[in-house]
Design a protein around this ligand. Sequence first.
Ligand code: SER
Length: 884
Amino acid sequence: MKPQAVRQSFVDFFVARGHVHLPSASLVPDALSTTLFTIAGMEQFVPVFLGQAPAPAPRVVTVQRCLRVAGGKNDIESVGRTGRHATFLEMLGNFSFGEYYKREAIAWAWEYLTRELGLDRDRLYATVYVDDDEAAALWGEEAGLDPGRISRFREDNFWDMGPTGPCGPCSEIFYDLGPAAGCGRPDCAVGCPHCNRFIEVWNLVFQQYDRDAGGELHPLPRHAIDTGMGFERLCMILAGKTSIFDTELYTSIIHALPKPEGTTSLPAEEAAVARRVIADHARAAVFLAADGVRPGNSERGYVMRFLMRRALRAGRRLALPEGFFSGLVDAVVASLEDGYPQLRDAAPEARRVLAAEEKLFARTLARGEARLAALLDAVRARGENVLPGRDVFELHDTYGFPPELTAEIAREQGLTADLAGYRAAMDEQRERARRDAAAKRSALRPAQGQLVDVPGSAFVGYEELEAQAAIVALFDEQGAPVEVLEQGQSGIVVLDRTPFYAERGGQAGDRGIIAKAGPEAASFEVRDTQYQDKRYRRILHKGVVTAGSLRVGETVEALVDPAWRREIRRHHTVTHLLQRALKDVLGDAVAQRGSAVFPDRTRFDFDAPTGALSRETARQVEGRVNELIRSDFHRQVESMPFAQAVARGAVYMKGEQYGDEVRVVTFGPSVELCGGTHVSSTGEIGHFVLLSESAIAAGVRRVEGLASAAADSYIGRLRDEAATAADLLSAPQDELSQAVRRIEQERRELARRLERLESELAQAEASRHVAQAQAENGVRYVAVQAAGPQQVRPLADALREALGEGVVVVAGADGERVTLSVNVAQSLAARGISAKDILAAMTPHVEGRGGGSATAAQGGGRKPAGTRAALDAAVEALRAAARG
Ligand code: SER
């Protein structure tokens, strides 16, 4: 059967049973979806299940394109390695919204598979949710399945689309691919963790609940049926294959791959995996492009880019020529267009998108790989096994390697990548970029000596935010004096008078607009305002002409951005109150060392004789500031001789230059020498949050704080966070820490129980092994494989106990690493049987290392495939030693 015939037969079967055929929805779900992509046929009906939208029809049938990349629903590293994992897939589904339920869903699924498609009934099995006796009985009644062919599972038979949303128990249909496809273990059965002999083809979900963020299940307004059959798997079964990649859906794409250029050292199986990865990711990329997604740096675009770059790397490992990936578009379209005719029109654009990304990445892929190889070598040379976050960051920043891809390549070599460190490096870079941009703005300055003839500027901004002024000088980006600044040009404007506050005393420079009205209207966006030099004479407005042009001598309106200034004022005044509060709480020895006032935060550095602030002291300081705010002290500004101000008790910063006449700013108990701008009364600040406290030098502390709108949004974020946490923990918000403590306690208790169980299990397992212990020349020994690296130790302990005098060898492996353990009884060690030597015989087989003494040795390795051989080598070594 051709793929399109399979799709059609499914649709026809259910249309004949009263279903309305609806088209596949986009891979991009609607805005309210909880998933990034459409992951199942039910996705477009979520509002229907929840009772938020009417059903399009009581019974519906669809063939839905889906993308499953991460999370519980897929494991991308399995794609191409097993015969059943894919990221892009099609799902055949029939749905009932409050109409038929379990009986019909089961009966029709059975009828479709066995009568319509003629699958061998003896190869079919079913699973049901642990306590779903009803479904189990229905499998008997409707399908004649005897109870021996029905298994019950808990997690695997409860389907959800994610942590929240519609969910319910489900019943799955499995197909037996035959013993040749299996692991051959005597207990191999449906759900076998070791092989794919029994493959799930169809999932019948009995949608009953809506799960909320707290994990609680609420009944849906009506029961619904949601079924999903893996189209690729069905095509595989019908074609008599055991891997989806052997169906024409994929072979047609794999065959379209161009010939390698040159040779590759990839082993044949790895090369086959790489080709399958490319085929799968090409299907995903083409359909994403057709659904309007473009590669980018966030969300869907990022996933698309990741898939594409992963495929491009696979191509490079195969030595495929550049352009191979976009060259696959036609093959992908040809393989899918019967089901999705719209793909034909989307093809040219898809080709362009794929080619552009390919070109972009090709430039750095080879160099990035070389660099990564060197970085990984360096990690090994240091005797470590984690690639540092800054390396992951460099690979992303310089070579465009998605961090997940880097992590995967590291894993291929038995190492891991520090992704948390990567994120920290990323944040650091963002902060640096922000600072650089600010520095660049400020670096713009008139060239040396060019200001001699320019008169000083009068600052009129204490009272006014708007002023009429004349342009006395203009400078271009290079700092050269010019007569005119044209639209698009960056430069500096000097006015005879200005309301713009130039950065001074820690207060950031103003932003706003310098504008000219009338027929020659023009506008200059002021991005920063600075003094020319320490003598505070000329004020430089730095920015860019956004419209028209400015000319020296013209009259303009200088308009400070009122919101910017307002928030700066509030943060500046609160900084004064903070200094007052610090002195009130910590004592008068607190002395200002510096400050920086911005519209969205303030920073205050001071000599702190008492060292770090405790949490309690910090709260006290914060409380004092808020008290000063609420007292609504009015601003008082006076000019007076320096000596008089000091006599008044005004605080000032040592080392700062003050003129003979100083400006004294008073808010109730706060009296400071200050040239900055302030609120008219402290109540305007609203409230204050003391954010952080840290040391910046010996004896110097730094506190940061937020006021006004910035404080509001911070508290808003905290409250959202607390509310979400409270929902997740099902606890009131003011008992969060209690709830976390309780969970932590439960977790510990569970861990203890798990440990106990594991040791009991190990003991049981140990007695089994010991019953079959062998002996060589009177030396009894067991050499066994544990379930995994974690289980090696408990099993070895239990075996030693159970065996008594003897030799115990245990190895355990997972997908990445192997753990080895050898123990030799004291008396045998005395006879020259050495645990260390036995271990040394094992390690070469697993590319491992290790050591120990004559009685106990441990080791680890990076080649799980060699575990068996390592055990055999151990047996050989210990027998030889026993023979003496
Ligand atoms: N929603 C279920 C699944 O995706 C059945 O369609 O498996």
